[in-house]
Design a binder for this molecule. Structure first.
Ligand SMILES: C[S@@+](CC[C@H](N)C(=O)[O-])C[C@H]1O[C@@H](n2cnc3c(N)ncnc32)[C@H](O)[C@@H]1O
Length: 234
């Protein structure tokens, strides 16, 4: 018997929604674009804190899963001249981002961050907020490796994301995700919107596998951690 209220709430919610069909990742956000920013206002403090962690002398920044740019709103407020490359799968989210920040030094890429080539030694900072909690540790480790290479020496990666507070939550979510994918005949490699957070320990392990051997929790706001990792100087 797992002694954790969050686990039991999640289990109950999975039971209540057991018949819901899997939703494609991009279509999920497309259909919720109108209320999206209001829905995400719970994380306002996190966006502000992520922006504060971007060093003042940063010139170039990569945003993985930028959405409508809620973290970028705060980052541009602090550093209006920063050059941003922002990647997301979902066109409607990127359209909203461009409405707000199209006049900035902003390159918008509609692509899968697992497939996109970010190049080498290009960015002072990379950030990812509330985007990576749908993927396995193995997939994330591959992405972290690419991010590590794309950063300049001493560049930093800042991640703020949903984390499983106990290993049983991680296992439960991955099992339910697998069950729904199989039931709906979703082929491997196709992304659906279903939260499968890793524990903090597993998230940090994936970052270390990607090359970030100093990845560490710097803050936990309302149960959501902010992790910072640095690319070793050469
Ligand atoms: C909850 S939103 C977060 C957006 C933004 N960072 C924020 O906090 O408001 C997650 C975003 O990640 C994007 N996303 C998910 N998987 C992705 C992938 N493999 N490649 C690029 N973007 C992805 C989704 O399209 C969505 O816009």
């Amino acid at each position: 018997m797992v002694d954790n209220q969050e686990y039991h709430d999640l289990k109950k919610w999975f039971e209540e929604t057991a018949d819901e069909r899997c939703e494609d990742m991009s279509a999920f956000f497309d259909s919720r674009i109108s209320g999206y920013e209001e829905h995400m206002s719970f994380w306002n403090e996190h966006y502000r804190r992520v922006a504060e962690l971007v060093p003042e002398n940063a010139r170039t920044l990569l945003d993985l899963g930028c959405g409508t740019g809620l973290e970028l709103d705060r980052i541009f407020e602090r550093l209006p001249g920063i050059r941003v490359t922002a990647i997301d799968l979902c066109e409607s989210m990127l359209d909203e981002l461009l409405k707000k920040h199209g006049h900035r030094s902003l390159e918008v890429i509609r692509d899968d961050y697992f497939l996109h080539d970010f190049g080498e030694n290009r960015f002072d900072v990379a950030v990812s907020v509330e985007s990576l909690h749908h993927f396995t540790a193995e997939k994330k480790a591959g992405l972290f490796k690419k991010v590590y290479h794309a950063l300049k020496p001493n560049g930093i990666y800042i991640e703020c994301d949903y984390i499983a507070s106990i290993p049983e939550i991680e296992t439960l979510a991955f099992e339910e995700c697998r069950r729904r994918r199989e039931r709906d005949g979703i082929p491997d490699g196709r992304y659906i919107h279903f939260d499968t957070p890793l524990t903090l320990e597993h998230e940090l392990e994936a970052m270390r596998e990607g090359g970030f051997d100093d990845a560490a929790l710097v803050e936990n706001i309302k149960g959501t951690p902010i992790i910072v990792a640095t690319k070793r100087g050469v």
